[in-house]
Design a protein around this ligand. Structure first.
Ligand code: GLC
Length: 426
């Protein structure tokens, strides 16, 4: 069973491999996505570590001079995706989008190099590049120096249509946008995808930023949407810490110090987003200064960073309390907005499971981590390598043969072997 899953997962990574980058799945997502690639590299490291490093190198070859790393790289033309390069119109040699995605590269690079130390010298330039991205975040997305960075578009979160964005999204207009045709609903069931109203607002923001010439230092203040996502910040903090460790090993003390400084400030500020009532962290609407009372997986993800032990234990209990057959629901079942089948408003995503399980394990909450690992592998066994899953029934949803789902399976399988005491892989 394990060997069969391993082979299936490896096959999917190879089917979606385009040479120097991997598409999330063909049809629905025909380009390179930022955090998909970094997490994909973790799967590739199990059979081709050098190819895994290429995945991250390719992403960073398209970093903007300001330090921003785009959320999509449009390597080839493909009319099957909207909004494509002409809508973004960022003026890059190889077209990219103009917003970013969760900065998981520092974490992924460290994990890759832990199992492939011979690649360390080749990877050395990435330390500077990733640090430039982290600096960019703090300079442009935390202009007042609070310690936490804000998102200016929901797609930056990676949790595109989470309930978290509903209230702040009300401030984003829908009028005046150019007519457009969605493509996602031609590849996937419209009942599982974001609504038209949400899509209009996504596009309004893109047009607003494009109107400012994608001058990234101007966009935060110009955006009616400024949300501090605890999950996103936790990923940044963890990446800063992992990169700092790598930098110390590779004799780059300045890089280490800069990243530790960001992580330290972030960890302190994160505690202001804790909700005792919800037993998890919450998003902050920076334009109003209010917490957004929406219990999503974004508020469970902080366990991926070294948060206080009591908070990690509460997060484990909160996940148990969801009571779903499969964990981790992307929104707390039974609360307003929960929808078991609609994209990030309820379904289970294996990448989020992986980061939460990793954090719980590090925090000593190993039973909770194992429960998530088992649940993830059960889902694959019963429903295949889907993009996401219904937490109540396990029904596979969205795209199939999904790259990062396959990558996470390889990671979970190696972790499961480790916890059984017979690790044979990285
Ligand atoms: C969706 C997800 C996003 C992911 C992308 C490609 O947009 O919400 O997180 O990066 O698909 O898989």
């Amino acid at each position: 069973m394990t060997q069969a899953l391993h082979k299936l997962a490896t096959d999917i990574l190879q089917i979606n491999d385009r040479g120097s980058y991997t598409v999330p799945t063909k049809g629905l997502y025909p380009f390179q996505w930022n955090w998909d690639s970094c997490l994909t590299a973790l799967g590739q490291r199990h059979f081709d570590p050098a190819r895994a490093l290429t995945e991250i190198e390719t992403l960073f070859a398209h970093q903007w001079p300001c330090g921003m790393v785009p959320h999509i790289i449009f390597h080839l033309r493909d009319e099957g995706y909207f909004p494509g390069p002409d809508v973004w119109d960022c003026g890059r040699p190889v077209p990219t989008s103009g917003i970013t995605q969760p900065p998981v590269a520092g974490f992924a690079l460290r994990r890759l190099l832990d199992s492939a130390p011979d690649l360390r010298m080749r990877a050395r330039p990435l330390l500077d590049r990733i640090t430039a991205w982290h600096r960019w975040f703090h300079a442009t997305r935390d202009p007042k120096g609070t310690g936490l960075v804000a998102l200016i578009h929901p797609w930056e979160s990676g949790r595109d249509n989470s309930v978290d964005w509903d209230v702040p999204f009300e401030r984003v207009p829908t009028s005046g946008i150019a007519p457009y045709t969605r493509r996602d609903t031609q590849h996937a069931d419209p009942a599982h995808r974001p609504t038209k109203d949400q899509y209009d607002r996504y596009i309004w923001l893109v047009e607003r930023f494009r109107g400012l010439g994608w001058a990234t230092e101007k966009l935060h203040d110009a955006s009616p949407f400024q949300v501090v996502d605890p999950g996103f910040n936790a990923i940044l903090i963890r990446s800063c810490l992992d990169l700092a460790d790598l930098a110390e090993d590779l004799g780059a003390p300045d890089i280490a110090a800069a990243n530790r400084g960001f992580a330290h400030a972030g960890l302190q500020a994160l505690e202001h987003l804790w909700s005792e009532a919800r037993g998890q962290y919450l998003c902050l609407d920076r334009t109003t200064g209010a917490l957004i009372d929406s219990p999503s997986s974004g508020g469970l993800l902080p366990v991926f960073a070294p948060i206080p032990q009591d908070k990690a234990a509460r997060i484990a209990a909160t996940i148990d309390g969801h009571g779903t057959q499969y964990r981790v629901a992307s929104h707390a079942p039974g609360t307003p907005g929960f929808d078991a089948q609609r994209y990030w408003r309820g379904p289970v995503w294996l990448v989020v499971n992986y980061m939460i399980a990793d954090g719980l394990d590090r925090a000593g909450e190993s039973a909770a981590a194992i429960a998530i690992t088992r649940s993830s592998l059960d889902l694959i066994g019963s429903s295949g390598f889907a993009e996401y899953y219904d937490p109540l029934t396990g029904q596979p949803l969205g795209g199939g043969q999904f790259t990062w789902t396959a990558a996470m399976v390889l990671e979970f399988l190696s972790g499961a072997r480790r916890s059984m005491g017979n690790d044979t892989s990285a």
